[in-house]
Design a protein around this ligand. Structure first.
Ligand SMILES: Nc1ncnc2c1ncn2[C@@H]1O[C@H](COP(=O)(O)OP(=O)(O)OP(=O)(O)O)[C@@H](O)[C@H]1O
Ligand SMILES: [Mg+2]
Length: 199
């Protein structure tokens, strides 16, 4: 299954979610990999840092640009391929969505973030769902965001990713000791969605 993490907005957890999901898929017994389609190269730097520390990631991270993305995704034989994308780059976003079976749009829960996520969602032709990210489950904003999406008939993951400094600190580490903070549920929900899509 090929999954693109994208949002026209930056800093909403695309890279963290790509890597955490790849680790979660690995722990669930699937083969996984990441394609880094962001010229900033954050996912690749993460992989390089983990490797340099002598504790490589449990999955590969391959660089692609908008010209090579489709071929790179096609060649992959892993169970779960996650594509990390650049914000504000329509060409990369379109290429990633086209190469994917499913699009996941991570987003914060402020009004501005939700606006952008919903716009990104509406522009998709590939099946897509929103992943609420850095949430405080007790906060009103979280409940309002979920209701707003349901009212607009927009697909949203039942799982939400909590705001955790631990995830922030896991940056550039091998992730094998990290708690998954909901990304295990993301894999479960993606597997279920894939079964529906292929039915
Ligand atoms: N669940 C979380 N709780 C708290 N901080 C988080 C969480 N997930 C990621 N972060 C932090 O939030 C910041 C933004 O995350 P990330 O880099 O994954 O977003 P991005 O969408 O890939 O950004 P960009 O658009 O620049 O590529 C990073 O500093 C990251 O460590
Ligand atoms: Mg990123």
């Amino acid at each position: 299954m090929r999954v693109a993490f994208l949002n026209t907005k930056g800093g909403v957890g695309k890279t963290s979610s790509s890597l955490m999901s790849a680790e979660a898929a690995h722990r669930a017994g699937y083969s996984s990999a990441v394609i880094d389609a962001d010229p900033q190269g954050s996912a690749s730097s993460w992989a390089e840092a983990a490797e340099a520390a002598g504790t490589p990631l449990n999955f590969s991270v391959t660089v692609a640009n908008r010209a090579t993305l489709a071929k790179t995704a096609e060649k992959s034989t892993v169970d779960f391929l996650f594509i990390d994308t650049a914000p504000n780059d329509p060409a990369i976003i379109d290429a990633a969505a086209a190469a994917a079976d499913m699009v996941v749009i991570p987003t914060g829960t402020t009004i501005a973030d939700m606006d952008r996520a919903m716009q990104t969602y509406e522009a998709m032709t590939t099946p897509a769902a929103i992943l609420l990210w850095r949430v405080d489950p007790r906060h009103q904003l979280y409940k309002q965001s979920r209701e707003m999406l349901l009212d607009a008939d927009i697909a949203v993951f039942t799982t939400a990713i909590p705001d955790r400094q631990e995830i922030n600190r896991a940056w550039h580490t091998d992730l094998s000791g990290a708690r998954l903070h909901g990304y295990d549920e993301v894999i479960t929900e993606l597997s279920a969605a894939m079964r529906v899509l292929t039915d």
